[in-house]
Ligand binder design. Sequence first.
Ligand SMILES: C[S@@+](CC[C@H](N)C(=O)[O-])C[C@H]1O[C@@H](n2cnc3c(N)ncnc32)[C@H](O)[C@@H]1O
Length: 251
Amino acid sequence: MIKSLLKSFFYRFGYSIHKVRPTGARAALEAEKVGGRLLPLIHAESPFAHFPLGEYGEDLAGWGSQSVAFDQLLAERKPQRIIEVGTWKGGSAIHMAEVSRRLGMEPEIICVDTWLGAVEFWTDQGDAERYGALRCRQGYPTVYYQFVANVLHRGCQEMITPFPQTSTIAALWFRRYGVTAELIYIDGSHEEDDVYADLVSYWDLVRAGGVLVGDDWNWDGVRLAATRFAREQGLQVVHLADKWYLEKGGV
Ligand SMILES: C[S@@+](CC[C@H](N)C(=O)[O-])C[C@H]1O[C@@H](n2cnc3c(N)ncnc32)[C@H](O)[C@@H]1O
């Protein structure tokens, strides 16, 4: 009762639910208990257990997955936690895991994806790379299982944690658990409103001294959203190879 009165009071003065709800101090403690790893908080059982790997070959087809920008940023920033929004078959996540391993690091890479594709995956049934690769069964995509197989084929299951959710709901979960990351890679929807919403949701989750990295500067939606967001926040967009990034100050 008192709580809801307090909330109505704050709302009247323009505070959003994010500002009113206490940050996930207790939830963050839970993350601490599992060594800071989020996998046991997201999954009751490892998503890699009992997988019929023999039924799947390796197929890492993706876009911009092996960029040297990742190599450079990983070496520079040495992240302990990475959040990726938009994973598809796991190309970029597996590349980041392998580069990290070569650098002697073992960050947890949390992969947020619905594994249902973005809008452009559903607009051309002749597109084998997108619509075809969703591999619909009874009308529902099964590409997630190819991602799981790829992670296992490359032996990256200790570093990669799938989070099969929309970027919005996953961001709420991270916020509730007080989760932040040194590197956040945004490569989900490329529609302007969606990219802008992802930037708003995930910028707050970048730890001081960390970076928010984006793909596909050549997509109008990405470029317009990133430019608007950077201008509003007084940030500089930095271009590195085929990626762009925003740096969070404050260390
Ligand atoms: C361009 S692909 C990611 C490519 C990947 N990074 C690679 O290296 O190949 C975009 C992915 O974003 C996911 N996606 C699109 N909108 C999303 C949303 N709102 N929430 C979660 N995932 C989303 C799609 O399911 C798709 O797998």
